[in-house]
Design a protein around this ligand. Structure first.
Ligand SMILES: [Zn+2]
Length: 243
């Protein structure tokens, strides 16, 4: 039992040190993740707009060619009208000319729409570029910052993680689950010492009888108010020598 309590308290100390390291990094990891996501989305948006612009221009050019060839056809019909012999032939050509004119009018309207769409896409891309540039610059800066913080504490973090693994391997699954559950619920602190006859977590008074029991290191004793596991000074002292 004594070893069980000692391992749990050790794990608590290592986790608190790891928490401290995490705190030093602050919001940086999250900021970097958010910025990366934002840049990714903007790049996708830009690609989409560029594709639209490209396609629109292709269709516009095709429409332009179609209009030109229709106009050429119309000119040909007009010339032919002077050469025909019968009224019927003349009327037939007149109908063809009308039809071509209708098609041209429709295509010209299409052209206007296409030009408008292309202009809008271009405008959107131009708006996007400086935003993207700013975001990318910020992402680069923040990544550098995070890398510097990581580098600074890399060795310590590795050492602590290694220690943690060793300790966890000695703790039963049930104890580890209990520890994790209390730690999560109680602000990261699941195992606390008794200080001045009070719980080191919530400062609730611990009765003299429980203090006596605690000193035996023979059972898992939880604070009656907050539920954190209490450990004796003896455990605290012995752990100090290990770390
Ligand atoms: Zn408590």
């Amino acid at each position: 039992m004594e070893n069980r309590l000692r391992s749990l308290y050790l794990l608590q100390l290592v986790d608190l040190s790891l928490d401290e390291l995490q705190e030093m990094k602050g919001d940086l990891p999250q900021i970097v993740a958010n910025l990366s996501e934002n840049v990714k989305n903007k790049l996708a948006n830009k690609k989409e707009l560029e594709d639209i612009l490209k396609k629109t221009i292709v269709i516009r050019d095709k429409t332009d060619t179609d209009i030109l060839s229709l106009k050429a056809k119309m000119e040909k019909y007009k010339t032919q009208q002077f050469q025909v012999k019968t009224n019927k032939q003349y009327d037939m050509l007149a109908r063809e000319i009308d039809l071509s004119q209708e098609k041209i009018t429709k295509l010209q309207r299409d052209m206007e729409t296409l030009e408008g769409n292309a202009a809008l896409a271009k405008e959107d891309i131009e708006k996007l570029l400086p935003e993207l540039e700013t975001l990318q610059a910020e992402l680069t800066d923040r990544k550098k910052e995070l890398a510097a913080v990581n580098k600074e504490h890399e060795d310590e973090e590795l050492k602590l993680q290694h220690q943690r693994e060793k300790i966890v391997s000695k703790i039963s699954k049930t104890d580890y689950q209990m520890y994790s559950r209390i730690r999560k619920a109680e602000d990261g602190r699941a195992i606390v010492s008794v200080q001045r006859k009070s719980c080191g977590g919530c400062f609730n008074r611990v009765t003299p009888q429980r203090v006596l029991e605690l000193r035996k290191n023979a059972a898992i004793i939880a604070c009656e108010r907050c539920g954190r596991i209490l450990v004796s000074d003896e455990i605290v002292e012995s752990v100090k020598n290990i770390l």
